[in-house]
Design a protein around this ligand. Structure first.
Ligand SMILES: [Zn+2]
Length: 348
């Protein structure tokens, strides 16, 4: 299924990588250089504390360019491994940084915004059953992560369906909320090339991160149900080459989508089994019973997945949510409630 990078070179596109300091065992992040009419554009950027900028300068030199020849930076989603260098590139090149309106606040987050966000998670996680030590681990990890990038003050919003023209190809901006609320894929219809970033990865399932509304502190959108809907959208595309955000290029994106759907079905089965054994429990207890988190951040990612799974099960009428002693708790629905929920869904 893996493909060689030489397949995208005729389009004037190179794949660059940068290792992830917070997950050295994980696939490095990919970012792409694309020949533009007056220089080169970037799709994502890599992050600060490694040699990402050196690699970029080296690759630019190979093409006879410097940082000042970068025409624009297109950010696919607001995670630091994908946009960490954007500010430095913008400062050096004076170029626009484009991102969807949904993820724009993530790139523009000031120190104050980050502190506020950490506080909101610190309120939210105990409601999901997290203990104080896990919340503290999360706070420290969040601050460490934040050092991997810099806020970008001057951002240009991308429009859904907008066509971005490069020297030898063009892409359509396709909104694919799920991994983040504002994630976009970029699709070159003519050549069948899909820049999928973290929406589609060959060997791992993108995490449906819990995102909290910056005003209310409540969960912002149902990330996993949204993610599965976005998979449906991408499945319609006749992509011949998928250029992901981590790992090698690959073909047969529909097979990858089928595997991802099966993965989430298995996870839901495990969540239901754990819940049947527990009776009524919060998301953290269910996560511990069904899976085993390895690191503090692993715990947060797992919790995000379990909350996402519970949202799907709730949507299907298989679990119901309630409040108990200030915690959100879940229990499986009796069969008659499931049938009623299914009927309701059918009517809707
Ligand atoms: Zn990501």
């Amino acid at each position: 299924m893996q493909l060689h990078d030489s397949l995208i070179e005729p389009l004037g596109v190179s794949r660059l990588t940068a290792p992830l300091p917070f997950a050295p065992e994980a696939e490095p992040v990919n970012f792409y250089l694309a020949d533009d009419s007056q220089g080169v554009a970037l799709i994502d950027t890599g992050l600060i504390p490694d040699d990402g900028l050196d690699r970029l300068v080296h690759e630019l030199r190979r093409r006879g360019y410097g940082l000042s020849n970068i025409t624009r930076v297109i950010v696919t989603h607001g995670h630091l491994d994908h946009f960490g260098l954007a500010r430095r590139i913008q400062d050096a090149a004076g170029c626009p940084v484009l991102v969807s309106p949904g993820d724009l606040p993530k790139l523009g987050a000031t120190e104050h915004d980050v502190r506020r966000s950490v506080e909101m998670y610190s309120q939210y996680l105990p409601r999901m059953g997290c203990h104080a030590d896990a919340v503290e681990d999360m706070r420290q990890f969040y601050h460490a992560m934040n050092a991997l990038g810099e806020a970008v003050g001057d951002l240009t919003p991308l429009r859904d369906g907008e066509i971005l023209q490069f020297r030898r190809f063009s892409v359509e901006v396709i909104p694919c909320p799920g991994h983040t609320s504002g994630l976009v894929c970029l699709y070159d219809r003519e050549h069948g090339v899909l820049f999928s970033n973290d929406h589609l990865l060959l060997d791992s399932s993108p995490n449906p991160f819990v995102e909290l509304d910056t005003e209310s502190g409540e969960k912002r959108f149902r990330s996993l149900p949204e993610y599965l809907r976005s998979l449906d959208r991408v499945e319609q595309l006749d992509a011949r080459i998928t250029a992901p955000g981590h790992g090698p290029l690959f073909r047969d994106h529909r097979r990858v989508i089928a595997l991802l759907r099966r993965f989430h079905q298995r996870r839901q089965f495990k969540i239901m089994s754990a819940l049947d054994g527990l009776g009524c429990a919060d998301a953290q207890t269910i996560a511990r019973a069904a899976f085993s988190p390895t690191t503090p951040f692993g715990n947060f990612m797992l919790l995000s997945e379990v909350i996402g799974g519970l949202e799907l099960l709730e949507q299907d009428g298989r679990v119901r949510r309630g409040l108990h002693n200030g915690r959100e708790v879940y229990e499986s629905c009796p069969d008659n409630a499931r049938i009623a929920a299914a009927r309701h869904t059918n009517v809707a």
